[in-house]
Write a protein that binds this ligand. Structure first.
Ligand code: HDD
Length: 695
């Protein structure tokens, strides 16, 4: 692996000579550099000389530092870790990573937003990518999923249209990282198959609090195949051990200003403090007969199998325990590809998946510039890679011997120290599952959607009806917000006509929120079914709503005069519960506490608004409160914490500040020393109607 010591490819030597206390700076050719401050000039005030190869090489390299950003998922954050299998799954798959209990496989996982550019903020309303590269002993397996289990479209031929519509508009060049504009809603309203995903995209799932509090999904139906060649259909699920948590929209918007890197920082800091994020991998495994019994097609990526119908079986866990050493070399250059699959796992005929199998390799060539991108350390398999592929731009390996073709009859003579080279392995090698996904797989060549993909509304309805009441209100309000941003009236009407099919009550709430008449339902290609609600789909009151401060950040606002004993007690209690106390004060140098000691601040108040925390405490004396009453940022601190339904712990003397901020008493507003830590693990959504109009 190349290092800044230039020891790779240079015979292992570093440019350190006897007696040197520091490593020597060199050019890329290894030539020691004597001066890194001044260009070569003819005289102190004279012209710069073209022969300055040190300057020219440095600027040349700098000029080429950027590579094309990803066309989608450009903004991302990643970490290294491992996957650990819970049990031997050889009854259903011969994949090496699932072959024995406790077996560990290294992973590199990248989370991303979809629409924004690489420099966009972390918290737009957007789907999040959830891509895992497993470096197995049988080669790399990439599970390239999202934090939502369905997709907007059923056929890959529509992907460029979808992405063009959601990215900044072609003529204006804005909005960045936002779906609230004409072209996106124009497109999706003409594509009823996107309706189910729209429900998820407008739900709290697309404004996650942290990358650590999101679920992940493989989306498509895949196959597991065992040593006997028997296939089992599977859907992959990632469940966060940290529980699930989302923000509310007003909070997400404010975080974008307060800390554009909020989620990247959160991931880094969690790993840095040893609080390693963890997800459980689970599968929904089923056979052909079960698939046939469902009222929808398992090859249709706009559908889920409700967990109540088919429970998720946990099969292992992923722990992310190492932040990348270098953002570009690892996070930017990692190249995921759904076609990277290992023996024991296989594709299905899902037409979206099949299109993806082409797209990613093509993208990597464009981005990384060489067919040898698999040799980059972050992409390289951690098992031997042996074949007869040769040459190409940036070939980093040095293959030995004459054997660069096969079959050959070269032997291990002096000229061919490596012999004839590697040979295919019929038994261990990847073999494609020979069976069919459906009984009528063969047929005429047609550009056609199967009838079984026609129901676009039943699961959208089920999703909406499965949510907790506050989530339904957030979803309806998100639709009102997005549609209110449109300039094209007829698009708004068309979206609402689709919504009538989903749920007339939802559609009416949106129409009321926009102050528009409700149109008639749009035609539906299939009758809309009333499916049983699936409570597993909820975040609020759902199975992963953990009510804990473990892994969460608690902002503690202090000022001169704050009681030292009370502060120590609170920070101690927060830490004991697994939370991270973050001290916020008007001055970063700190505040003078009641005992005369100075408590340093982690954040200055202007740069530490309450949106950055999961819950807050305001620990001030009368003297401190009097000062903060005149500081808008302090009033906003309390007002936003209340408005975002967070728990607020407070000292008795903080009450005038709470009053000024409009904080009203409820179960979430508690004395800091009486039950605050217990109260801080959840949000108080009942409060919401007091602070904003929801649709
Ligand atoms: Fe994709 C990147 C997820 C459909 C074409 N996609 C990309 C990434 C994720 C997904 C997480 C970022 C990986 C990373 O962190 O580097 N994509 C999905 C999911 C889909 C999906 C869950 C549907 C179920 N994608 C999809 C289709 C196509 C693409 C149908 C094209 C036909 N996706 C790409 C791409 C990207 C990509 C253009 C951009 C950067 C990259 O591949 O490496 O090839």
């Amino acid at each position: 692996m190349a290092t800044n010591k230039r020891d790779a490819g240079n015979g292992g030597e570093t440019h350190q000579i006897a007696g040197d206390t520091v490593e020597r700076l060199t050019t890329n050719q290894g030539i020691p550099v004597s001066d890194n401050q001044n260009q070569l000039k003819a005289g102190a005030r004279g012209p710069v000389l073209l022969e300055d190869f040190v300057l020219r090489e440095k600027i040349f390299h700098f000029d080429h530092e950027r590579i094309p950003e990803r066309i989608v998922h450009a903004r991302g954050s990643a970490a290294h870790g491992y996957f650990e299998a819970y049990e031997d799954l050889s009854d259903i798959t011969r994949a090496d990573l699932f072959s024995e209990k406790g077996k560990r496989t290294p992973v590199f996982t990248r989370f991303s937003t979809v629409a924004g550019g690489a420099g966009s903020v972390d918290t737009p309303r957007d789907v999040r990518g959830f891509a895992v590269k497993f470096y197995t002993q049988q080669g790399n397996w990439d599970l390239v999923g999202n934090n939502i289990p369905v997709f907007f479209i059923q056929d890959a031929i529509k992907f460029p249209d979808l992405i063009h519509s959601v990215k900044m508009e072609a003529d204006k060049g804005y909005p960045q990282a936002a779906s609230a504009h004409d072209t996106f809603w124009d497109f999706v309203s003409l594509m009823p198959e996107s309706t189910h995903m729209i429900m998820w995209a407008m739900s709290d799932r697309t404004i996650p609090r942290s990358l650590r509090t999101m679920q992940g999904f493989g989306i498509h139906t895949f196959r597991l195949v065992n040593a006997e060649g028997k296939s089992t259909f599977v859907k992959f699920h990632w469940k966060p051990k940290q529980g699930m948590a989302s923000t509310c929209w007003d909070e997400a918007v404010k975080i974008a200003g307060a800390d554009p890197d909020f989620q990247r920082r959160d991931l880094f800091e969690a790993i840095d403090r040893g609080d390693f994020p963890e997800w459980e991998l689970g599968i929904q495994a089923f056979d052909e007969a079960f698939a046939d019994s469902l009222p929808f097609d398992v090859l249709d990526p706009t559908k889920i199998i409700p967990e109540e119908l088919l429970p998720v079986r946990p099969i292992g866990r992923m722990v992310l325990d190492r932040y990348p050493d270098n953002f570009f070399a690892e996070t930017e250059q990692v190249a995921y590809c759904p076609a990277n699959i290992v023996p024991g796992i296989d594709f299905t005929n899902d037409p979206l998946l099949q299109g993806r199998l082409f797209s990613y390799l093509d993208t990597q060539l464009k981005r990384l510039g060489s067919t040898n991108f698999h040799q980059l350390p972050i992409n390289a398999a951690k098992c031997p890679v042996m074949n007869f592929q040769r040459d190409g731009h940036m070939q980093m390996a040095v293959p030995k011997g004459r054997a660069n073709y096969e079959p050959n009859s070269l032997d291990q003579s002096d000229r061919d120290p490596e012999g004839g080279g590697p040979r295919e392995c019929p038994a261990q090698g990847f073999t494609t599952f020979a069976g069919r996904d459906t009984a009528n797989e063969q047929g005429d060549k047609l550009r056609i959607r199967p009838e079984s993909f026609a129901d676009h509304y039943s699961q959208a309805r089920m999703f909406f009806r499965s949510l907790a009441a506050p989530e339904q209100a957030h979803l309806a309000s998100a639709l009102v917000f997005e549609l209110s941003k449109l300039g094209l009236e007829h698009v708004r009407v068309r979206v609402m006509a689709n919504l009538v099919n989903v749920d007339p009550v939802l559609a009416q709430r949106v129409a009321d929120g926009l102050a528009m008449p409700l149109p008639k339902a749009s035609p539906s290609a299939a009758p809309v079914q009333d499916m049983d609600p699936s409570p597993a789909l909820r975040i609020i009151e759902g199975p992963l709503d953990l009510a804990t401060i473990d892994g969460r950040a608690i902002g503690i606002l202090i000022a001169d005069g704050t009681d030292k004993a009370a502060l120590d007690a609170l920070t101690g209690a927060v830490k004991k519960a697994g939370g991270t106390p973050v001290i916020v004060a008007p001055k970063v140098g700190g505040a003078k506490l009641s005992d005369g000691s100075v408590q340093k601040a982690d954040l200055q108040l202007q740069g530490g608004p309450s949106v950055l925390f999961d819950a807050v405490a305001i620990l001030v004396s009368e003297e401190g409160c009097a000062v903060l009453l005149k500081e808008g940022a302090a009033v906003q601190f309390a007002m936003d914490a209340f408005g975002h339904c967070k728990a607020i712990g407070h000292s008795e003397a903080a009450k005038p500040l709470l009053d000024k901020a409009g904080v009203e008493p409820d179960d979430g507003v508690v004395p800091a020393d009486k039950g605050f830590v217990g109260a801080a693990g959840k949000r108080y959504w009942d409060r919401e109607p007091k602070v904003r109009m929801l649709a």
